[in-house]
Write a protein that binds this ligand. Structure first.
Ligand code: MN
Length: 289
C-alpha cells in the first residue's frame, strides 16, 4: 500500500516555512506523508529538527523532502570549486535530514534548478559525467545516513540533464548505488514522455518516489491526466514508495514565481478541502483494479 502525501508549499508563498503545524494539518486531511523543503531543514538547529521529528511522530505521519539546487551548488558545473560546494551541500542535507527522521531527498539534486545548458554547448555529456562523478561522492554520505536520493525527472523548460525516465535510469545505473533512485512526476511526464505506462515500466525497480500533478499543476482529479492508467502502471511494477501530490494554485511570492504560477487557479476553492478531496480521489483510483 503506497503512502499518500502532499507538499507543504501548496499552502505557502515562501519556500521557508515552519513545518511543525503542517504535520497535524495534513494528517487531519487524510494524508500519510508531508513533504518538506530540505534546505529549510538543513538551516534548522538540532533542537528545531527534533521538534519537527516529534511533531511528525505525534501526528502519525512520515516526512519526505525535496530541493532544487541553486547555481552555486551545481554538481555538474565545469568549475570544480562549485561542484565541491554542491557535494558538501548534499552531504550536509543528508546529515540534517537523518537527524530529523527524514530518509528521502528528491528533486533536482544532480545539477541546478532551473537549469539551461550553457549557451554555445550542444553536448550535455560533459555535464552529465561531472554530475555522476559528484553524485558518487555525495551518495556515500546518504548511504551512511540511511537517506535515499531521488533524481527528479523534470521537463525541458526547467532542466536539461534528464527529461525522461529512460535518461534517469541511465543516470542512476551509472551512479551505481542502491540509495540513488528515480523520481517521476506526472506533471513533467505529461510534457515529455510518449506514454505514462511505458515511462513507469522503464523506471521499474529504480523508481523510488512519485510526484503527482495535473497538466496545469492542479490537484489530481481536476485536469486531464489518465490517473487510472498511471496507477495501474505503478501497481504493475510493484512500486511501494510514497506518492506525493504537489498542487500549486496560488500566484505570488517565491513559490508562485519559481513554479511559474501566473494566474489564480485557486478561485473559490478552500485549500484544505481541496487537499482532502484530492487525497480521497488518489486513494480511490489507486485501490481500484
Ligand atoms: Mn515534482
Amino acid at each position: 500500500m503506497n503512502k499518500i502525501g502532499i507538499y507543504y508549499a501548496y499552502w505557502t508563498h515562501d519556500w521557508d516555512a515552519d513545518f511543525v503545524p503542517y504535520c497535524a494539518k495534513v494528517a487531519g486531511l487524510g494524508f500519510d506523508v508531508l513533504e518538506v523543503n530540505s534546505g529549510t531543514v538543513a538551516h534548522m538547529s538540532s533542537a528545531e529538527r527534533l521538534t519537527l521529528k516529534q511533531a511528525a511522530a505525534d501526528a502519525g505521519i512520515e516526512l519526505t523532502s525535496c530541493i532544487g539546487l541553486s547555481k552555486e551548488y551545481d554538481i555538474a558545473s565545469a568549475e570544480s570549486a562549485v561542484r565541491e560546494k554542491g557535494i558538501q551541500f548534499l552531504k550536509q542535507q543528508a546529515e540534517a535530514l537523518s537527524e530529523t527522521g527524514i530518509y528521502e531527498l528528491g528533486g533536482i539534486i544532480y545539477s541546478s534548478w532551473p537549469g539551461k545548458m550553457p549557451f554555445g554547448d550542444t553536448d550535455k555529456r560533459p555535464y552529465w559525467d561531472r554530475s555522476v562523478a559528484s553524485m558518487r561522492q555525495a551518495i556515500k554520505t546518504a548511504e551512511d545516513c540511511g537517506v535515499l536520493f531521488h533524481m527528479e525527472v523534470v521537463n525541458r523548460f526547467e532542466q536539461y540533464m534528464m527529461n525522461t525516465a529512460a535518461e534517469a535510469v541511465q543516470y542512476v545505473e551509472e551512479v551505481g548505488s542502491d540509495h540513488c533512485k528515480v523520481l517521476l512526476d506526472t506533471f513533467h511526464m505529461n510534457i515529455e514522455e510518449d506514454s505514462f505506462t511505458e515511462a513507469v515500466r522503464t523506471a521499474g525497480k529504480h523508481l523510488g518516489h512519485f510526484h503527482l500533478g495535473e497538466n496545469n499543476r492542479r490537484a489530481p482529479g481536476r485536469g486531464n491526466l489518465p490517473w487510472q492508467e498511471i496507477f495501474d502502471a505503478t501497481r504493475e511494477i510493484g512500486f511501494e514508495g510514497s506518492i506525493v501530490m504537489e498542487p500549486f494554485l496560488m500566484p505570488g511570492g517565491e513559490v508562485g514565481r519559481d513554479i511559474s504560477v501566473y494566474r489564480d487557479l485557486k478561485g473559490d476553492l478552500d485549500l484544505d478541502e481541496e487537499a482532502r478531496r484530492a487525497c480521497t480521489f488518489v486513494r480511490n483510483v489507486l485501490n481500484q483494479n
